[in-house]
Write a new protein. Structure first.
Ligand SMILES: Cc1ncc(COP(=O)(O)O)c(C=O)c1O
Length: 398
């Protein structure tokens, strides 16, 4: 993961590797106005301060738009979703306990639990409907009592999947039957590209689902504001743990975000993000169809910012990354970066492609270049793929 990040951070590289928001879609004017207004009212946002109630109220309203009913007293503000997961894992996981997680899993989560050295009971994931809930049931029926199940129901990182309605219900039934909590990470759930998006798991079970939200992908990651929605009794423990880490969530950021949300711009902003990212997604999908090797597979993500591509097995994505960066100026994240088991070879021919950060023009250029790279590999040549990217039909023409 670190090697891939270093490679892709070189200037001039077309970036498909990280889950960054588009720099063209930051609400710069709203930030500027909110900032000026905030500081014209006094210097208190520059002081240490308790969690901002106004911001919590905005989050309560935001959660309601996804079908989650909660109160300000159940909201815990954090420095991003990453810290939220860190804190809730710290509360739920003791050394030596088991956890259930998918075989392909967000590396930030793996780093957090690594400290506790838990036994990870891994479950496979279907590329359309998400986590294999039958396997979860299999573990629980055989007596496993994990500290929690880790799930991303919408805009899965890295797979881009949406957990099906049936699986959501079954997962909730299982967590209730066996009293096993779920940590539901949802940084991408507000970026939905289809009509009638499903409510998160939290909307179906209030007590056992620990919900993690974030403004990183929908306002700006530099605000570093995330939140937990948890049963109220956990809040004091979270507060103690967080105070030992960093005292509080940056007061200035909290007030700034609250001021921005006061203006009521968010619903319009979300609509703009969803429409733009849907266009990015479709541009990338068209390019993959035209330029990637025959036999490659991917699914259309309904939410989030990633497409998971399965190349024909003979391709090694980890190996190809260096060629892609050095020879073609394009970076992606090889699937192996997400494997929980280091010796898992199933993901070696997969890659995660981000479509939110690059503009549609860069998406076109980057996918064409990758197509040329695949064609130029020995494998591409033996499969008769075009070696010259001028020969690849332009999928965006007309
Ligand atoms: C699943 C997941 N969790 C957490 C994060 C980090 O979010 P934040 O910036 O809110 O800490 C990301 C960002 O890429 C993510 O994909």
């Amino acid at each position: 993961m670190q090697d891939a990040l270093l490679l892709s951070a070189r200037p001039g590289i077309i970036q498909f590797s990280l889950g960054l928001p588009s720099p063209d879609l930051f609400p710069v004017e709203v930030v500027t106005a909110a900032f000026a207004d905030l500081l014209s009212r006094g210097s208190s946002p520059l002081q240490y301060g308790p969690p901002t109630l106004t911001l919590k109220s905005h989050i309560v309203s935001l959660m309601r738009t996804r079908g989650v009913e909660c109160t300000e007293r159940q909201i815990f503000l954090t420095n991003g979703a990453q810290q939220a997961v860190y804190l809730i894992v710290g509360i739920l996981l003791e050394q030596g306990r088991e956890v259930i997680a998918e075989e392909l899993c967000y590396p930030g989560f793996q780093q957090i639990i690594g400290f506790y050295k838990p036994e990870i009971l891994t479950v496979p994931s279907d590329r359309q409907s998400g986590m294999d809930v039958e396997r979860v049931e299999w573990y629980l029926e055989r007596g496993a009592r994990p500290a929690f199940i880790y799930a991303i129901a919408d805009g899965h990182n890295p797979l881009g999947t949406t957990l099906s309605d049936e699986k959501r219900q079954r997962l909730i039934t299982l967590c209730c039957r066996y009293s096993v909590p779920i940590i539901e990470e949802d940084p991408y759930g507000f970026l939905s590209y289809r009509e009638g998006a499903m409510p998160p798991l939290k909307a179906r079970q209030a007590d056992l689902v620990f919900y993690v939200g974030s403004f990183s992908k929908i306002l700006a990651p530099s605000l570093r504001i995330g939140w937990l929605v948890v049963p109220e009794k956990y809040i004091p423990y979270l507060a103690i743990l967080k105070e030992s880490l960093d005292i509080d969530t940056a007061t200035l950021s909290q007030h700034l975000a609250a001021r921005m949300l006061d203006s009521g711009f968010l619903s319009q902003h979300l609509a703009r993000l969803c429409s733009a990212y849907k266009c990015h997604r479709d541009t990338m999908l068209a390019g993959l169809s035209a330029c990637f090797p025959d036999g490659s597979q991917w699914s259309t993500p309904d939410s989030g910012v990633f497409i998971w591509v399965q190349l024909p097995e003979a391709f090694d994505a980890t190996h190809l990354l260096k060629t892609a960066v050095d020879g073609y100026g394009v970076a992606f994240m090889p699937g192996s970066a997400f494997c929980i088991r280091r010796n898992d070879t199933t993901a070696h021919s997969s890659l995660r492609m981000n479509f939110s950060y690059p503009s549609t023009d860069l998406i076109k250029e980057g996918v064409l270049r990758l197509g040329a790279m695949f064609a130029a590999t020995t494998l591409g040549r033996t499969n008769g793929l075009n070696q010259n990217r001028e020969h690849i039909a332009n999928p965006w023409a007309g």
